[in-house]
Design a binder for this molecule. Structure first.
Ligand code: P6P
Length: 332
């Protein structure tokens, strides 16, 4: 376990050897650009109303959701922040229907939710940026949407930055998970935790309980058993949390264990879930698996799912492995 706070993100990338190999220079370049942009975004988010950034932008995104002013600012900052990356072939965002080619000649693909949980901005609750890095399978061909449609197993890196009381980043390069916190005086992300691991068992679950009557039976059974507590079949009491900001809820799971669920429900039965596979569920699943947890859509491991659409949604249940194994059993 490393708690030395004197290793900054650049130094970490220069010296890390995930699976025994140095981090490719192009990936270092890309991740540094993303994280530097998130440092800028952290300052913007913290200003909020002071610089007129709260509230709706009066526009909608490809998801049909009302965009907050900071959604658009975050999206524009990230696009601008990585444009000069020579290693980048293209990027895709929750806020844009189609991917954007960039002038880089490399083969990395960046996908992101620029500001997840943005409905919480106006009430000063933690929000965050989620990112995923893939590699273009045919570097020479012109960029097309199909280049991004790779399963989560193909991710070269994934992470999030949560803008809360601290601005903290979690990252995986495929060989464990590390966390950094932003020193806002020096504008450096400093290593705070290496490795990050999720406890196999837990007494805490996170789900939006107001949807209970709409859930499928396996989810309802699981939650009812948790609510039954020590006198029920689980033989222990459970606590519940719901921040309604995936980044904040997943950060808690990575920090102290737990289960996070946004399952399919019958409100919109044709949608597999609310959360997006490519730039929310896959990066979070990569982090959770690398920290010793598990992440499923009910029946299957999320990172095994073969995507068919850039903005496709998925049912998500992730966290402490014993609980996810139980949920998967209930869905069998
Ligand atoms: P609900 C935020 O809008 C988000 O996409 C996730 O970050 C969060 O987990 C979920 O939606 C909250 O949804 O229905 O509880 O507001």
């Amino acid at each position: 376990m490393s708690n030395s706070h004197n290793i900054n993100f650049r130094r970490y990338l220069e010296t890390a050897k995930p699976k025994g190999s140095a981090v490719p220079a192009g990936l270092q370049e890309l991740l540094l650009a993303v994280v530097d942009t998130c440092s800028t975004l952290s300052h913007e988010v913290a200003q909020g109303a002071l610089i007129g950034l709260l509230g709706s932008a009066g526009t909608g995104n490809v998801q049909g959701e009302v965009q907050q002013k900071l959604d658009i600012i975050a999206n524009d900052l990230l696009i601008e922040g990585v444009q000069a990356c020579k290693s980048l072939a293209g990027l895709a965002s929750e806020e844009m229907e189609l991917p954007v080619p960039v002038q880089g000649s490399g083969d990395y693909l960046l996908l992101f939710d620029p500001l997840d949980g943005s409905s919480n901005i106006d009430v000063n609750v933690s929000i965050g940026t989620i990112f995923s890095v893939l590699k273009k399978q045919d570097p020479k061909a012109p960029l097309e949407t199909a280049d991004f449609l790779l399963s989560g197993r193909h991710q070269a890196a994934a992470g999030y930055v949560v803008y809360g009381p601290q601005t903290t980043m979690a990252l995986t390069l495929g060989d464990g998970v590390v966390m950094f916190t932003l020193n806002k005086v020096t504008d450096e992300f400093l290593l705070i935790k290496d490795p990050v691991t999720i406890s196999q068992s837990t007494k805490e679950f996170a789900i939006n309980m107001s949807n209970m009557r709409h859930w499928a039976d396996p989810v309802r059974r699981y939650v009812e058993e948790c609510l039954a507590g020590i006198s029920g079949t689980r033989g222990k009491d459970f606590n519940m949390r719901w921040i309604a900001s995936m980044v904040a809820d997943v950060h808690r799971v990575l920090s102290r264990g737990g289960v996070f669920m946004y399952p399919w429900d019958q409100r919109e039965p044709n949608k597999p879930g609310k959360l997006r596979l490519m730039y929310e569920a896959n990066p979070m699943s990569f982090l959770v698996e690398q920290a010793g947890g598990a992440s499923i859509n009910g029946t299957d491991l999320i990172m095994d799912l073969e995507p068919t659409d850039l903005h496709e949604r998925v049912s998500v249940m992730l966290g402490s492995k014993e609980e996810i194994d139980r949920l998967q059993l209930y869905h069998a």
